[in-house]
Design a protein around this ligand. Structure first.
Ligand code: 13P
Length: 405
């Protein structure tokens, strides 16, 4: 088995690309087109061999199925709920970030885990799987802009500044959202903290408050605020740390007073949902139930009837009686899939022009076909590997999460 690093290929001939900005919203064209016709392809991983650029969806489907058959039980494909239908159909397991991390940890036989999701999820899978398991991300440019808002150096600087203000005798527990680099997960493991996902954030905060006086939560301010508020922490007991400013833009007094310090990060997809959209949905659909993801703003979560992880949203709608109407505040691929799976209910997205998560969307079937065909030929491409020292401490933080009651 050889490993080919993902480097830019200089032997590629120029191809005619449909130009678009990185985050061009393709919500109006969610069906799979050949890779070269994707509006944002120019910003995606480029070293995919040229032969994959123009393959139509049917040909990619045939090739993915054939490669999967050849790999048999040596391969497990994990798919996050935000993946497009043309990718999620191949997943052996689907789920939210938490469920997928449990599936990664439970793999006893597979040699390869192909993670159809984003980079931080593949990193977590690498940490949680046996050392001999190879984890692959089909498109290495599938990152997460929210995760990128917490730079490890900035977090370390914040940690030190906060300790200086509150004093070493005041225990601060760091919690990182799953949507963060492995090095930040390791940071929380090393400093007595843990990882959480949107489905266990409340338990993680409760765990932290049993051990410390304050929580430093990164990188999603909204998940942190919604979770702490639900546990009885007042908005006036939370401070927002602006990582671009000295002392987070806070006064020493505000830091001392805060029980929760929230990193100023956000998810651009969930920021699109508003209280006005909820009011409009209620006016147009009497009896509608509103369910949103906790990465939405606090006032949006307050105005909704329920909130939860992607897995919870899917479960609540699946278990709802026929005839019910659901306005949903999360990524469009999941909402569309739920609408299709439940024709006896009305399921719609609160934002009529919501975009797919632009980074989850980068797992185009052409990338999946490429990495699987290479694997079937004995070549590993796009391996995600966390170094041993980072892995050791990140595992501590992830295992604390997995052990939450
Ligand atoms: P879930 O854990 O709810 O699937 O959320 C993952 C995510 O990245 C949302 O932006």
């Amino acid at each position: 088995m050889t490993t080919t690093p993902a480097t830019l290929r200089s032997d590629l001939e120029p191809v005619e690309l449909v130009q678009g900005s990185d985050d061009a919203c393709p919500a109006d064209q969610l069906g799979t087109v050949p890779l070269a016709q994707e509006r944002a392809f120019a910003a995606w991983q480029q070293d995919i061999p040229r032969e994959y650029l123009h393959l139509p969806a049917e040909e990619l489907d045939r090739r993915i199925r054939r490669a999967r058959e050849r790999l048999g039980e040596r391969l497990v494909i994990l798919g996050h709920h935000y993946q497009r239908d043309e990718v999620i159909q191949y997943a052996d397991f689907t789920g939210d970030s938490f469920k997928l991390s449990q599936h990664a940890a439970a793999q006893e036989r597979a040699e390869f885990v192909v993670f159809c999701g984003v980079h931080f999820m593949a990193e977590s899978a690498d940490i949680l799987t046996r050392p001999e398991v190879t984890v692959i991300l089909p498109n290495m440019s599938a990152g997460c802009s929210m995760a990128d808002m917490a730079d490890p150096d900035d977090v370390l600087a914040a940690w030190e500044e906060i300790a200086e203000v509150v004093g070493e005798h005041v225990p601060v527990v760091p919690i990182t959202y799953m949507n963060s680099a492995a090095s930040l997960k390791a940071f929380t493991g090393r400093h007595g903290g843990l990882v959480c996902t949107s489905s266990n954030a409340a338990k993680a905060f409760a765990w932290a408050f049993e051990r410390g006086e304050k929580v430093l939560f990164f990188p999603d301010q909204h998940l942190g605020r919604n979770t702490a508020y639900a546990l009885g922490v007042g908005l006036d007991e939370m401070a927002l740390w602006d990582w671009r400013r000295p002392l987070g833009g806070l006064t020493p007094e505000a830091i001392r007073r805060a029980r929760v310090i929230l990193w100023q990060g956000h998810c651009s997809t969930h920021m699109r949902f508003t209280v006005d959209q909820i009011a409009k949905a209620r006016a147009e659909h009497p009896g509608v139930r509103i369910i949103v993801h906790p990465e939405c703003r606090w006032e949006v979560v307050q105005a909704a009837d329920d909130y939860g992880s992607t897995e919870k949203i899917a479960k609540v709608i699946s278990e709802a009686p026929a005839g019910t109407v659901w306005g949903v505040g999360t990524e469009i691929n999941l909402v569309n899939r739920l609408a299709k799976q439940h024709p006896d209910k009305t399921v719609f997205c609160l934002d009529p022009v919501v975009c797919p998560c632009s980074t989850m969307y980068r797992i185009h079937p052409a990338y999946l076909a490429w990495v699987l065909e290479e694997l079937a030929e004995g070549h590993v491409v796009n391996q995600v590997r966390v170094d041993d020292e980072t892995r050791r401490w990140a595992l501590v933080a992830l295992e604390r999460m997995l052990a939450l009651p």
